[in-house]
Write a protein that binds this ligand. Sequence first.
Ligand SMILES: Nc1ncnc2c1ncn2[C@@H]1O[C@H](COP(=O)(O)OP(=O)(O)OP(=O)(O)O)[C@@H](O)[C@H]1O
Ligand SMILES: O=P(O)(O)OC[C@H]1O[C@H](OP(=O)(O)OP(=O)(O)O)[C@H](O)[C@@H]1O
Ligand SMILES: [Mg+2]
Length: 313
Amino acid sequence: MDLVNSLEGRLLFAVPKKGRLNAATLNLLEGADIQFRRENRLDIALVKNLPIALIFLPAADIPTFVGQGRVDLGITGWDQVKEHDAAVKAAASEDPSSPVSGSEMVMDLEFGACKLQVQVPEKGQYATGTDLIGRTIGTSFVSLTEEYFAQLEAQAGGAAPQKLRTKIIELSGSVEAACALGVADGIVDLVESGETMRAAGLKAIDTVVESVAVLIKSRSPSNTDLVDLIAARIRGVITAQRYVLCQYNIERSSIAAATQITPGKRAPTVTSLDDGWVAVSSMVEKKKIALVMDDLKRVGAQDILVLDIHNTR
Ligand SMILES: Nc1ncnc2c1ncn2[C@@H]1O[C@H](COP(=O)(O)OP(=O)(O)OP(=O)(O)O)[C@@H](O)[C@H]1O
Ligand SMILES: O=P(O)(O)OC[C@H]1O[C@H](OP(=O)(O)OP(=O)(O)O)[C@H](O)[C@@H]1O
Ligand SMILES: [Mg+2]
């Protein structure tokens, strides 16, 4: 099969090929009924039921491909989008003729939450970012880290000097090891649970960026209707993941109290039963369901059921 020709007329959609965002992204595609089979070792997969080709790329490269308009849509971390923007800004300040590149945010995908944080040895002499000025910092986020220290240096010493006083060393993984091994005095890396940071004897002293997985699009996508369709499907899956359907029976006289507890997304559905009872069905935010059930019990609800929602629009 001539792969390049088979991409003709298809919307190109970049997704993380491995790492922390891969599994949740594949889940989202399945929920949005984007069907594909990926051949072994091949980083391009044609979607069977829509004119889309999925391109499997490292999360860190996706903002570049989308930003340059080489692919139309992408899923990556907000941290990677900001890192790419910072790199483009830095390149433009050095060479105004360097290519403009940037993507547009479509939506927050509600997974992959983490923070890009400045970390130092727990029992060391550094307490703030400013204490690290002039020291050596290890990171995979070179442009954001340079921007961060350029700002601190400017605040500390008046006008920003041409050259950064703080030395930034680029590392591509296991960044937390850098301090213990004497490669760096501090690091800038991602923290989610904090387990990796603590295991390495480090503590966070500042946050550079708060991140979550995002859907981004190029400034001039090839098929805007299809972009809107995918966005609507993904939004439906995310909403469905955030809510459960709560059903219960209650005496008609208590319906006002009960529907105050479960007002639903727009309004609860109320069905009359015989003998002065009603059945109520309502969408409830998953994280609030235990409290909602406690409250419903208190106002006399019975036969409370909680059901997963697979999709919504
Ligand atoms: N611990 C984490 N918790 C949540 N999200 C994370 C975490 N680590 C990374 N991410 C998110 O996932 C994105 C990709 O990072 P990840 O480390 O998975 O990619 P990778 O470096 O391509 O893969 P790997 O580390 O397996 O080589 C990050 O930019 C960030 O948005
Ligand atoms: O706060 P935590 O829950 O411990 O997660 C944070 C860790 O997760 C990521 O590493 P990853 O697993 O991608 O390994 P890597 O360092 O090889 O990239 C990140 O770079 C941190 O090291
Ligand atoms: Mg990683």
